[in-house]
Design a protein around this ligand. Structure first.
Ligand code: GLU
Length: 536
């Protein structure tokens, strides 16, 4: 069924947990398909499991969708003509649909107790080598008897009366192609439980039909539900939508992506400093491609180009190295101003981290180059672990010096995969006259026998102290290089000691561009305190 010929799709999460990678990909495909087709993207919350659904999870899902930029045309908070968009508020519609089926004789009450059903299952497993589903005990009950038992208050469920002699249930899946299930192995599935609540299959069909959904795009873990749902559509007399079942997302070990593989929840990626656009691009390519080659497809392009025809049947591997690479591409492409907006809290975190640096020059025991950010750690949210007042101070300072920090973009963007690398990379900007030196860099560069590191530092210090030389990266570098050459010190042996003395490690952002972002006094003070150490 189409309403005004419009494509209508929906994302229908159950708020029993956060928004996971797989769910996010399903949401992205529905959203991008709606946008590409000029259709409508509906968000529906499937909250019928009272024990596991929470309002908090709903909020987390909405927040994650907003963060990804997946705006919905109808659904919670935005409303729409087909609401309500929470299943718990749609109970009367399921009741009405059940009435339709009752009237048609397409549903019947079943009084079999759990014990009876369990016994039937056990017997079938023992005698027939397997349980083929509900045997239909109550299907044949005379209507008058069924009515009397209901009247007497006997607990019962409502089952779909699967038509006898129904041929195979067939549909053209937009991904898997022609798909066929034999109908004679379908037992009479439960539509409404003893407590009056609809089962997933019943509610989803009622909603999809009543909301005019034309395409059901969802994970292939639902493939086995589809023939059952088709039977319900048929019984209700509704058109069957087009189905598109998405292949699975696997971890690098080839097993279904799960918590074992680390973060699987979308907001963990936000907290680790990934960009939402990179995330959407990356997830979109887990099962879809533009042309089999293009890897950078920003969301607006995705919304133009997305098609169901290019969804693959093949499972995809979630490769975080590729995600890091992709995020790096997006970071490099950001306009400095936009970069600053994203980077500000992370830069403030660098400042907060710098507050812990002891006065003078401190050599750290064998820390990794690049600071503590290297390697996977627990997600780190900027400001966590910093007291409120200090944090506000750091953030305000960074935000006040926007033009200054925008200059940092070209220095770090080239080699950055994620925003959470910023604190480790930029802490040195906030050390003032002090410096925290990575132990390995100290050993390899400053303390290395025969390296003439002390001499190199003295030489550079002279240039940096000379107010006759402009405080500009190129001028300072050239002057140092020239004097180094005269003294017979190679540029590398000249600049590495300076880098370690000023920035604390061997892998900092470009040296002189960094130096000019700091004050002359601070830079000289750092060199002086390092010269007070045991330098070669
Ligand atoms: N609430 C279901 C889920 O989260 C939706 C399934 C569907 O799209 O039909 O798995």
């Amino acid at each position: 069924m189409t309403i005004d010929g419009n494509i209508r799709v929906r994302f229908a999460p159950s708020p029993t947990g956060m928004l996971h990678i797989g769910g996010a990909r399903t949401a992205i495909y529905n959203w991008a398909f709606a946008r590409a087709m000029g259709g409508t993207f509906v968000l529906r919350i499937e909250d019928t499991d009272p024990e596991r659904s929470t309002e908090e999870n709903t909020q987390i899902i909405l927040r994650a969708m907003r963060w990804l930029g997946l705006d919905w045309d109808e659904g919670p908070e935005v409303g729409g003509d087909f609401g309500p968009y929470f299943q718990m508020q749609r109970m009367p519609t399921y009741q009405a649909a059940l009435e339709v089926l009752k009237e048609k004789g397409a549903a019947y009450p079943c009084f079999c107790s759990k014990e009876q059903l369990d016994a039937e299952r056990k017997r079938a497993e023992a005698e027939e080598g397997g349980y083929a589903g509900y045997g239909g005990t109550c299907r044949a009950l005379p209507a008058a008897e069924a009515a009397a038992r209901i009247e007497a208050g006997e607990p019962h469920v409502w089952r779909l009366k699967v038509p006898e002699g129904h041929g195979p249930i067939e549909f053209d899946d937009a991904v898997y192609g022609r798909t066929s299930f034999p109908a004679d192995v379908m037992d009479d599935l439960v539509l409404v439980r003893t407590d009056g609540s609809p089962t997933y299959n019943f509610a989803v069909v009622c909603d999809d039909a009543n909301m005019g959904i034309t395409h059901v795009i969802r994970g292939d873990d639902h493939l086995s539900n589809t023939p059952r749902q088709i039977l319900i559509y048929e019984a209700l007399g509704f058109d069957v939508p087009t189905f598109a079942h998405l292949p699975r997302i696997l971890g690098p070990d080839g097993k279904k992506l799960s918590k074992r593989h680390g973060a699987t929840n979308v907001e963990d990626y936000r907290d680790r400093g990934y960009l939402p656009d990179a995330m959407v691009n990356f997830l979109a390519l887990l099962g879809w491609s533009l042309d089999g080659e293009t890897t950078i497809i920003p969301p607006d392009e995705l919304c133009r180009a997305f098609s169901l025809a290019r969804i693959t049947k093949k499972d995809s591997i979630f490769d975080e190295t590729k995600l890091d690479w992709m995020d790096g591409v997006y970071i490099r492409d950001m306009a400095p101003e936009k970069w600053f907006l994203e980077a500000a809290p992370w830069i403030a975190q660098a400042k907060a981290d710098a507050l812990g640096v002891e006065p003078g020059a401190n050599v750290q025991p064998a820390a990794e180059p690049g600071g503590a950010q290297e390697g996977a750690g627990a997600p780190r949210v900027p400001g966590a672990g910093v007291d409120g007042e200090t944090w506000q101070g750091c953030l305000a300072d960074v935000e006040d010096r926007k033009a200054h920090f925008m200059q940092v973009h070209p220095l770090v963007a080239e080699r950055m995969a994620r925003f959470d690398e910023i604190p480790g990379k930029l802490e040195y900007l906030f050390w003032g006259p002090n410096v925290r030196i990575d132990g390995k860099s100290f050993k390899k560069v400053l303390a290395k026998e025969g390296s003439r590191a002390g001499e190199a530092l003295q030489l550079c210090r002279g240039v940096l102290a000379d107010d006759g030389v402009a405080w500009e990266a190129e001028a300072l570098q050239e002057q140092c290089r020239a004097l180094g050459e005269e003294a017979g010190i190679k540029p590398r042996n000249l600049f590495q000691p300076l880098r370690v003395a000023v920035c604390g490690n061997m892998v900092s952002p470009p040296l002189f561009e960094s130096i000019v972002l700091m004050s002359r006094d601070d830079v000289l003070a750092r060199i002086d305190s390092v010269l007070g150490l045991d330098v070669a």
